[in-house]
Design a protein around this ligand. Structure first.
Ligand code: SF4
Ligand code: SF4
Length: 299
C-alpha cells in the first residue's frame, strides 16, 4: 500500500499536481448522503484531493484593479476546466492502468442539489456533489479559515481542488494539524460590503478537526465587484471569492506573517487596497501594504 501510494503521488506530481492529499472512507462517516463521496462510489477505498496553485501573478490584475480577465481565465475557468482537470484525468488513467477503478469529480456546486430522482428508496437524489473544500480538509490538505475558504500551508487560499474516488487501497494522509488561519480578521476588515461577520462564528468539524468560521452573507458576495466571480455552473452556487479583496488580503496577511511555505522576493500588496461598495462607489480600504506598515513601525 505504501509503495502504491508513493508511486501514485510521484505520478500526480509529474502530471502537474502541486497538492495531493488522501483520505480513507471512514473520514466521511456521518456526512449527509447528498454531500458524501461514499454515495458516489460506495466501494471506494480512498478519496484523493488534487490541487494546483492559483499563481500569485494571476491575482495581480485584480489587486491593481486593472485586469480581471487574467484571473477569471488562468485562476478560475481554465485552471479548473483544463489544467486541474487534465492533471486529475491523467491520475485517473494511471490508476486504471494499474487495474484500479477511479472516478474523477469536478467541483459542481453542492448548493445545486437535487437535480434528479433517487433510483432506490434509500439513496440520495442525483447529482451528489461534495463540498470540495471540506473534502480537501478530510484529505489532510489544510483547513477552512475564518473566511470560509480552504487554506493550505503552502499557498494559503491560492489553489483549485478536484477529487478522485478510487478502489485503490491508497494510504491516508494525516489531517493537517498546523494552524494556518491567524484569526487576524483582515479578510472581514477588507470586505467593502461587510459580508464576513466580525462577531458571529460557527464551529465546523471535519474528520475530527474543528475550525472557527465566520458567518458569511453570500448574497452580498454574489453582487461583489471586488474581484469575485459568479458561480459558473449554477446560480444557486456560491460565487468564486478567491480573487476578491477578502482573499487577496488573506494572501497578504499570511505572507507578511511568514506562515506560508511558498515565499516571494517582493510583497504582494504594493499599494493601499481598493474597494467598490454596494452602490458602485470606489473607496480606499483601510488595508495598507505590509511594506508601508513596516516603514511606519521603523520610524
Ligand atoms: S467576495 Fe466580496 S463581498 Fe464577499 S467577502 Fe469577499 S470582498 Fe466581501
Ligand atoms: S485574513 Fe486572517 S482571519 Fe481571515 S482567513 Fe486569512 S488568516 Fe484567517
Amino acid at each position: 500500500m505504501a509503495e502504491l501510494t508513493q508511486q501514485f503521488k510521484e505520478f500526480a506530481s509529474n502530471a502537474g499536481a502541486d497538492l495531493v492529499g488522501i483520505a480513507g472512507m471512514d473520514r466521511f462517516a456521518g456526512w449527509p448522503p447528498e454531500r458524501s463521496p461514499v454515495s458516489i462510489f460506495p466501494d471506494a477505498k480512498a478519496v484523493v484531493a488534487v490541487g494546483r496553485r492559483i499563481t500569485r501573478g494571476t491575482l495581480r490584475g485584480n489587486e491593481e484593479g486593472t485586469n480581471f480577465n487574467t484571473y477569471q481565465s488562468f485562476g478560475y475557468h481554465w485552471l479548473d476546466n483544463e489544467f486541474v482537470a487534465l492533471t486529475v484525468f491523467e491520475c485517473v488513467e494511471s490508476l486504471e492502468d494499474g487495474g484500479w477503478e477511479a472516478v474523477p469529480l469536478f467541483p459542481f456546486p453542492p448548493e445545486a442539489w437535487p437535480q434528479g430522482i433517487p433510483v432506490r428508496p434509500d439513496m440520495p437524489a442525483p447529482n451528489v456533489y461534495p463540498d470540495f473544500s471540506h473534502v480537501a480538509v478530510a484529505c489532510g490538505l489544510g483547513e477552512i479559515g475564518i473566511n470560509g475558504d480552504l487554506l493550505t500551508p503552502r499557498f494559503g487560499p491560492r489553489q483549485r481542488i478536484q477529487l478522485i474516488l478510487t478502489d485503490a487501497p491508497l494510504q491516508p494522509d494525516p489531517v493537517c494539524q498546523s494552524r494556518i488561519c491567524q484569526d487576524c480578521m483582515a479578510c472581514a476588515e477588507s470586505c467593502p460590503l461587510g459580508a464576513i461577520s466580525k462577531d458571529e462564528f460557527d464551529d465546523l468539524t471535519i474528520a475530527g478537526k474543528t475550525m472557527r468560521v465566520a458567518k458569511i452573507d453570500y448574497e452580498k458576495c454574489r453582487s461583489c465587484q471586488n474581484g469575485a466571480c459568479p458561480n459558473r455552473y449554477h446560480q444557486a452556487g456560491k460565487p468564486d471569492r478567491l480573487g476578491a479583496v477578502c482573499n487577496r488580503t488573506c494572501v497578504e496577511a499570511l505572507e507578511t506573517r511568514e506562515i506560508l511555505a511558498e515565499s516571494f522576493q517582493n510583497p504582494f500588496r504594493k499599494r493601499n487596497a481598493w474597494g467598490i461598495d454596494q452602490i458602485g462607489n470606489v473607496t480606499e480600504l483601510p488595508v495598507e501594504p505590509a511594506s508601508s506598515r513596516e516603514s511606519e513601525e521603523g520610524e
